[in-house]
Ligand binder design. Sequence first.
Ligand code: MG
Length: 251
Amino acid sequence: MIPLKTEAELDIMRENGRILALILAELCAEVRPGRDTLFFDRLAEERIKQAGGEPAFRVFAGFPGTINASINEEVVHGVPSEKRILKEGDIFSIDIGMLRNGFVADMATTVPVGEVSDEARRILEVGERSLWEGIKQVRIGHRLSDISHAIGSFVEKEGYHVVREYVGHGVGRALHEDPQIPNYGPPGRGVRLRAGMTLAIEPMVKTDDLPTKLAGDRWTVVTASGGLSVHFEHTVAVTEDEPEVLTAGGE
Ligand code: MG
């Protein structure tokens, strides 16, 4: 069952989304060579607590951190560590979730560390654009897999591949609600979108077309080839007209 949010509930989610977007923007502004990933985790936790929230990935998933901190070939679920130091030319994915006033906001972005290669710049651009291709489909009457198809077909056309093992999801009182939102597949399938649905859309884009692997820490998901991977995510509400990106405003 897909929970529909009332206007009052959406107001809470809007506020949470705005707060989280500002926190993520602050984290991104701190990205530079020489910083360890635990620095970002501590800052994120401090800001979330100052806002009266809790780290959603700890609460709902038992994740040992406030953010997923994933570098280069790490796709998602990288565990923050003082031993992981960002270096010039890396790409750094930060996924962050906050539970506040009973509702979750979930978002992610990947940013360059200093000067990066042309290849890195290109996959960053394709990953971000694929998220917006998906968001465009968040309209009443469209079907769920229209989002999946828009993302997957765009990414393939650009010569990259989506991760298939991890998917977007409904989000609200829980971090993961129905429905699941794969980043690939044919259009025109699944439920019709209705006002009040709130969806975390999150393409993970990589250079290879192989299944991902789990690293030795049992958390970090990595590409099988060691190729780059990027991750972009927004929490989006279905409204009577335009898609409403609840986690916007941090740019
Ligand atoms: Mg998510």
